[in-house]
Design a protein around this ligand. Structure first.
Ligand code: GLY
Length: 425
């Protein structure tokens, strides 16, 4: 099978690694990819406009792709999957209307309300809302304010703060940029990322994971796209995944079918596990980053077969997924200044830079002389595995000890509260 993966980050490197390990040995292509992916796939850097459906169709047709796997949300919300499907190409990723589950937080709230899914109370403010109405809306929330850009913001459009002035400033910034704002009540409890393969009403969960969104240890500093993750979750109640599937993912999948916008692809449920159980913080229409890097590293079943089954509408016939025992941890090495203004160009060295079992490339470039340099905010995803979470963490940090990059930083506490049994529900 010839497979085209769209995207260029650590998530796409993890997808390529998983597909390359598939026993069917698919021929892999990636656009735009990164030079670091060249050992796994043919890289097509000239196809960098991943939100241009016609460009992506042109590439898929030129290489006679039999399956296209869309990594990021931007091409999905732009309708890339629709155009590929109309041309008769199998696609892993939802059509534009279904991708609104991530593209519009208001749409997601409407779906959840109709499906009876637990989530935070929310109010939308649109550009032009009067000053007094903004203040009155803020009065109805707090003491913890959750202020979201109601559009795609790469995971960085959310401010969670007890500082009302900071909340108001984010409201003004988002409205000023012409986007609606969502104010939400704060959901207490540890977060869970559960990724599900969804094909209409058929839902197959992957292992549950937890991301670490803040830039610095002890959940301090600004929100980021994610600084590290671990899987599975030792603290999750025994039937926790089953509850999330039955109370959240299946009702949402059914509601999408009922609306005439059936979902096909990866549904990412971001949840808080509170006193009553799971409550939805957000949905995403694609694999999460960096959780995917850890989750897929424990997948024993063939990845290409699973993604193909979803794309072909045959998920119900897929054998149950099998997983390796133990734990996986991924730690993000970020560039100086991330997330506000990452500095590009620092040289990176490590004995494991070419070993995707230990290091996945999230934002690097490789120069003609072979030097690997930072080319994004999140630069590397380092992986560790072990029979315990402690061991998996230790193995990830051993790899990081050998990585050198001027200004690069990472969190030292990825998975630590769980490993120390400090997370209780
Ligand atoms: N891990 C956060 C995200 O993928 O949006």
């Amino acid at each position: 099978m010839r497979i085209l993966v769209i995207g260029s980050g650590g998530r796409e490197h993890a997808l390529l690694k998983g597909l390359a390990n598939d026993p069917s040995a698919p021929e892999l292509h990636v656009a735009p990819g990164s030079p670091a992916f060249a050992q796994l796939a043919t890289v097509h850097p000239e196809y960098s406009q991943v939100d241009d459906p016609q460009r992506m169709l042109e590439l898929a047709q030129s290489i006679a792709a039999e399956l296209v796997v869309v990594g990021p949300e931007v091409p999905l919300v732009a309708g890339v999957a629709d155009v590929l499907r109309e041309a008769g190409i199998l696609v892993f990723g939802p059509n534009q209307d279904a991708a609104q589950i991530e593209g519009s937080k208001k749409f997601a709230k409407d779906v959840m309300e109709a499906a009876g899914v637990a989530t935070a109370r929310a109010e939308q403010l649109t550009p032009g809302t009067a000053d007094a109405d903004i203040e009155a809306a803020l009065d109805r929330f707090g003491p913890q304010f959750v202020v979201k850009d109601d559009g795609l913001a790469g995971g960085k459009g959310v401010v969670v703060t007890e500082d009302r002035a900071a909340a108001r400033a984010h409201v003004d910034a988002v409205l000023g940029a012409g986007n609606p704002v969502l104010l939400e009540s704060f959901l207490d409890g540890p977060e869970v990322s559960l990724f599900c393969l969804v094909d209409g009403e058929t839902v197959v969960p992957l292992l549950p994971a937890q991301d670490h969104k803040r830039a610095f240890d002890n959940d301090e500093g600004p929100n980021t796209g994610g600084m590290g993750a671990y899987t599975p979750l030792p603290w999750l109640p025994k039937r926790g995944v089953e509850r999330i599937v039955n109370e959240v993912c299946v009702p949402v999948a059914k509601e999408m079918v009922r609306r005439g916008t059936p979902y096909s692809g990866l549904l990412y449920a971001g949840l808080a596990w509170g006193k009553e159980g799971p409550s939805v913080v957000e949905f995403n229409c694609r694999f999460g980053d960096p959780e995917t890097q850890a989750v897929l590293s424990l997948l024993e079943s063939p990845l290409a077969e699973a993604l193909h089954a979803v794309a072909a509408g045959e998920l119900a016939q897929l054998p149950p997924l099998e997983w390796k025992d133990g734990y996986a941890v991924t730690v993000v090495l970020a560039a100086e200044g991330y997330p506000a203004s990452p500095v590009k160009g620092a040289e990176i060295s490590s004995p494991d830079l070419d070993n995707p079992e230990k290091i996945l490339h999230a934002g690097t470039t490789v120069e003609e002389d072979g030097a690997v340099r930072a080319n994004g905010g999140r630069v590397l995803n380092v992986l560790g595995h072990g029979s315990t979470l402690h061991e998996a963490r230790g193995n990830a940090y051993v790899v990081l000890d050998e990585v050198a990059m001027d200004g690069g930083f990472y969190r030292y506490d990825i998975g630590l509260p769980a490993a120390q049994e400090r997370i209780r529900v």
